[in-house]
Write a protein that binds this ligand. Structure first.
Ligand code: NDP
Length: 503
């Protein structure tokens, strides 16, 4: 069992690990919070939440540190530091991979192959961006020689709140642009997955980020809530469920009345995305796409294409190939290199997914075509499930409408393009969508009709840093990643009018 508290004393100002109760009130007898190993349900880590006074102190520290970070460092000096962080993260990739696998229970092959290299690239990508994008723009305003210019300035103290499925990526995707553009960030990881954010804090320090500019606050939702209510925190970037996103908006609205600030807020929320397989699709590739869209990260992906619309002509062949290939995926210890599917992140979450499988069978009366069981044998103590494929589904079923966040695929059939587009859009979510077709005109036509932040054509679940990421409808507001989108999200513009004529 690892104790997270005994960290190097020079990190104390960044890593708020002061003992307290889980409710954030100071307590003479500190209550530790235990993390469980998802492969065997044994305690693996003990963490201590930050207290309310830690949060206040962290916000004050961030406020003065941000002024220094923004005024005393040029964009190119900040760029060098963030670039250093990228190199250090690459050097520490094995260690961070190990921790991320322990926290998330996702397969090592995924984290090593995708999360860690993506985090390295994110830092590198944003390092120089402020020098390129935020120099401001000159405007000829028609009263020569008078002119105007627009500066893009840092927002100030920002907060990042992360979910548990991609904790490293959440922390990096928020902090890399935030810090590069001159902001400070207080980051609260999910209480289930604190380790990668703590390592990231060490990396930033080693890279040269001054104390206070990036701080990690461990705790439950109440810590996140305190950050949202703070009048000093000028932007919150949140990744999590729709329910919590709505709570954040409510807390923000309530605290705006007593604050001097209208806080910016980005919400990266859940989804129930459609994956459409047209009758002219390459079926083998479409099956690959459906598996990527449903089984990747043990099904715990916000953008998963869990509503799989297959053209009725292809249904039988699609299901045959899908089951044949799904059976081959190795379920097991996520630390083993050849494991594809690990356990669910926690017992609670496993039970939520099992409940939905039960709803699919007994309430919705869909047909459980494959899987959907807890794995026994030598894996019986872990939170392992087999992927579930439901057929005979309709658009009104709960398993088709609600986000499950686990390996539960609903297969639906359709006859033509117009029908499938209107059914694909008939949801409160709008995070992502996928289309498999070999007809190029049809592909672009369909992409333009789909109400989603990202549409993949002939692939699924790719998220390069260059592309803005975010949702519409209940899937959220604002964007992460991208270049101009990041500049708009992490800076504010200031227009300066310069009068050169006599008045
Ligand atoms: P939650 O909404 O439960 O939690 C997200 C974060 O918010 C956690 O750090 C949580 O803390 C914190 N939190 C909880 N309550 C509050 C509150 N009242 N105020 C402030 N912060 C709070 O989501 P999950 O962690 O369960 O993540 C799964 C969800 O995230 C899914 O819906 C998924 O679709 C979505 N998601 C969206 C992504 C996107 O890019 N759109 C990407 C990844 C996930 P704690 O965990 O300690 O309770």
């Amino acid at each position: 069992m690892t104790k997270l508290r005994p960290l190097a004393s020079h990190l104390k100002s960044k890593l708020k690990l002061t003992e307290s109760s889980a409710t954030s009130t100071a307590s003479p007898t500190p209550t530790p919070y235990y993390l469980f190993n998802a492969t065997n349900n044994r305690i693996r880590d003990e963490i201590h939440f930050a207290t309310s006074s830690d949060v206040t102190q962290a916000i004050n520290d961030a406020s003065s540190a941000q002024e220094q970070w923004c005024r005393n460092y040029t964009p190119s000096q900040r760029a060098q530091i963030i670039q250093n962080a990228s190199s250090i993260l690459a050097r520490r990739s094995d260690e961070i991979t190990q921790q991320e696998v322990k926290d998330t229970a996702r397969a090592k092959s995924e984290i090593k192959g995708y999360d860690v290299p993506s985090a390295v690239r994110h830092l590198s990508y944003y390092a120089n961006m402020p020098s390129i994008l935020s120099n401001g723009t000159y405007h000829d305003i028609g009263h020569s020689p008078s002119f105007a210019y627009v500066k893009r300035e840092p927002i100030g103290v920002t907060a990042g709140i992360g979910a548990w499925n991609y904790p490293l990526m959440n922390a990096v995707a928020k902090s890399a642009p935030a810090l590069s553009f001159g902001n400070a960030m207080l980051f609260k990881p999910s209480e289930l997955t604190p380790n990668s954010a703590l390592i990231l804090a060490q990396i930033y320090e080693e890279a040269g980020v001054p104390p206070g500019v990036f701080q990690v606050l461990l705790g439950d939702g109440s810590i996140g809530s305190e950050l949202v209510k703070s009048p000093v925190v000028s932007k919150v970037s949140f990744t999590g469920s729709v329910e919590t996103g709505i709570k954040l908006r409510q807390a923000q609205a309530a605290s705006t009345c007593t604050s001097t600030n209208f806080q910016k807020m980005t919400l990266e929320l859940g989804g129930k995305s459609p994956l459409i397989i047209m009758d002219d699709a390459n079926l083998d590739e479409a099956v690959t796409g459906a598996m990527q869209a449903n089984w990747y990260s043990n099904g715990q992906v916000c953008s998963n294409g869990t509503r799989v619309f297959v053209h009725e002509y292809l249904k039988e062949e699609f299901l045959e190939k899908l089951v044949e290939r799904t059976k081959l995926l190795k379920i097991g210890d996520p630390m083993q290199e050849d494991t594809v599917i690990g356990p669910m992140v926690s017992e609670n979450h496993m039970n939520k997914v099992l409940d939905y499988i039960d709803i699919g069978k007994n309430v919705d009366k869909a047909h459980l075509f494959y899987g959907g069981e807890r794995v026994g044998g030598c894996l019986e103590h872990g939170f392992y499930l087999t992927p579930a494929i439901f057929t005979d589904c309709n658009d009104q079923m709960r398993i088709v409408q609600e986000e499950v966040f686990g390996m539960l695929m609903s297969v639906l059939t359709f006859q033509d393009e117009e029908e499938v587009l209107s059914r694909a859009n008939a949801t409160n979510f709008g995070l992502a969508a996928g289309i498999f077709t070999n007809d190029i005109k049809r592909a672009h036509r369909m992409a333009s009709y789909l109400k989603a932040g990202t549409v993949w054509i002939n692939n699924y679940n790719l998220g390069p840093v260059e592309l803005p990421w975010g949702g519409c409808k209940h899937s959220g507001v604002g964007r992460e990643n991208g270049s101009y989108d990041a500049a708009f999200e992490w800076t504010v513009s200031k227009s300066v009018y310069v009068e050169m004529n006599s008045l």
